[in-house]
Design a protein around this ligand. Structure first.
Ligand code: SIN
Length: 475
């Protein structure tokens, strides 16, 4: 570890800290806070301190790590209201959703506090009489993460929880647009007795710079990333240099399918929950709707009626269902996708209006065709394109016709069809008569270009542990 002598303390601090980063409320453009940024040397120093701290953390009994994580969980829950207000102010989602994210985020800490005590190895029946074989699990070492702006708390805790439970130290770079929540929960971790070098939050000169340091520094043994497939692919290539372990939660293009035997009201309820959570800015959001020809009109009418009731506004205001989207460029991209669909023959079910600032009126688009430009893109906004289908075979082909494979959803009451479709969908997660699949107890993750690895569930802990095989001979 680098030692800082008093005489050079100021110089070192100056060298390590850059101009602070301002954080802006997307609902009104007001600056709501500032957070420190580190220079390249500052980040490397953080990594070196993390390596020293990891040894002591891993040496603690799993039960002690578990107790500290439990305490962190409790502090997050006790501070739910403050955290939710910070989250809404920097991210924009309605306060009720932000409160939900605090609880959802905390649930990963609680879950992995429990799992910390269950990182069992195995005893393997030996093929020879004079040998005994067992496996033990050990932390991979220093782990780091790059997390997105859409879930500023939950995407950190879903990675930090298992890392710390496993005995890794952990450094996170939150999204530059939403870092306040990260600093707030890390402060609560300190209060819970988790050493400041065991869990660190850093921001650098640019996200690219931090990404490059995280994926090439030899001390770091694991990188977990949630974000776009494009950036995930760059990070994986960089991590290949010294064979780092990676977990990648990348893009999605979730189909939401309604068969002719579905309960249409239930399907509308699921569609609302799946599509409009966080103003459509989630990787697991329904991105394209496929509805059987015979119920198309009824579904589209009922879906649109529900959408017309959504109130758009500042997430801190009472009764708001949809906050702003995150940035000007996000808004421009969403508007571009809507215009492109309309240009190709789709039409909004109800008249639309342009809203000021970063607000977008939610919209259901009818008469969308599977081969239209835009169906392959992740919309990441409150836009619901609805496509017709007439046979199960055609439907499966269209649903799987994407480079992505994160979440998918379908509604049916025919048990034979349910099994067939669930098995045929090339996705890591399938919601069956259910629009919300995320939970700390279930493995979250994708196939194809949606990523590698699983978060949450018992599988989540393995992402931060190596299996070591011990062979006892001469017995
Ligand atoms: C995401 O959008 O990446 C996460 C959504 C979730 O955890 O439900």
């Amino acid at each position: 570890m680098k030692t800082i002598h008093n005489s050079s303390l100021l110089a070192v601090l100056k060298e390590q800290h850059q101009q602070p980063l301002s954080v802006v409320n997307p609902a009104n453009g007001e600056t709501i806070g500032q957070v420190p940024k580190l220079s390249k040397n500052g980040i490397i120093d953080a990594i070196e301190r993390s390596q020293v701290a990891q040894k002591d953390w891993a040496a603690l009994p799993a039960k002690t790590r578990s107790e500290r994580l439990q305490r962190w969980y409790q502090l997050i829950i006790e501070n739910q209201e403050d955290l939710a207000r910070i989250l809404t102010s920097e991210q924009g989602k309605p306060l009720a959703e932000a409160r939900g994210e605090v609880v959802y985020g905390a649930s990963f800490i609680q879950w992995f506090a429990e799992e910390a005590k269950r990182s069992y190895g195995e005893s393997i029946p030996s093929p020879s009489a004079d040998k005994r074989m067992v496996t033990v699990k050990q932390p991979v070492g220093v782990a780091c993460a790059i997390t997105p702006w859409n879930f500023p708390i939950a995407m950190i805790t879903r990675k930090a929880g298992p890392a710390l439970a496993a005995g890794c130290s952990f450094i996170v770079k939150p999204a530059e647009l939403t870092p306040l929540s990260a600093f707030a929960i890390v402060e609560l971790a300190r209060q819970a007795g988790i050493d400041k070098d065991v869990l660190q939050v850093v921001l650098g000169e640019s996200p690219q710079e931090v990404g490059e340091i995280f994926s090439t520094h030899p001390i770091i043994r694991k990188l977990s990333f949630t974000g776009s497939t494009r950036v995930g692919s760059i990070l994986m290539k960089q991590c290949a240099g010294d064979i780092k372990r990676t977990s990648m939660e990348l893009g999605g293009n979730a189909p939401f399918i309604v068969f002719d035997d579905a309960d249409i009201d239930e399907a509308v309820k699921g569609a609302m929950a799946s599509k409009f959570r966080n103003a459509g800015q989630t990787c697991v959001c329904a991105n394209r709707f496929y509805v059987h020809d015979s119920i198309y009109e009824e579904f589209v009418t009922k879906f649109d009626q529900a959408v017309q009731k959504l109130k758009v506004g500042n997430g801190l205001e009472q009764g708001v269902h949809l906050g702003p989207v995150i940035s000007e460029s996000a808004k421009a991209n969403i508007q571009f996708s809507i215009d492109k669909f309309v240009e190709q023959g789709a039409s909004p079910v109800s008249p639309t209006q342009q809203l000021d600032g970063l607000f977008i009126q939610p919209i259901v688009l009818r008469d969308v065709k599977h081969d239209m430009e835009g169906v392959q893109n992740e919309l990441f906004g409150p836009v619901a394109p609805v496509i017709r289908f007439s046979s199960d075979e055609e439907l499966i082909d269209m649903a799987n016709d994407t480079i992505y494979g994160l979440a998918s959803y379908f509604y049916s009451h025919n048990i034979k069809r349910i099994w067939k479709v669930a098995e045929a969908l090339q996705y890591g997660m399938v919601g069956i008569n259910e629009g919300m699949v995320s939970s700390e107890v279930a493995p979250f993750g994708g196939v194809k270009q949606s990523g590698i690895g699983r978060e949450g569930a018992r599988q989540g802990l393995d992402e931060y542990m190596d299996v070591k095989y011990l062979c006892f001979g001469g017995l």
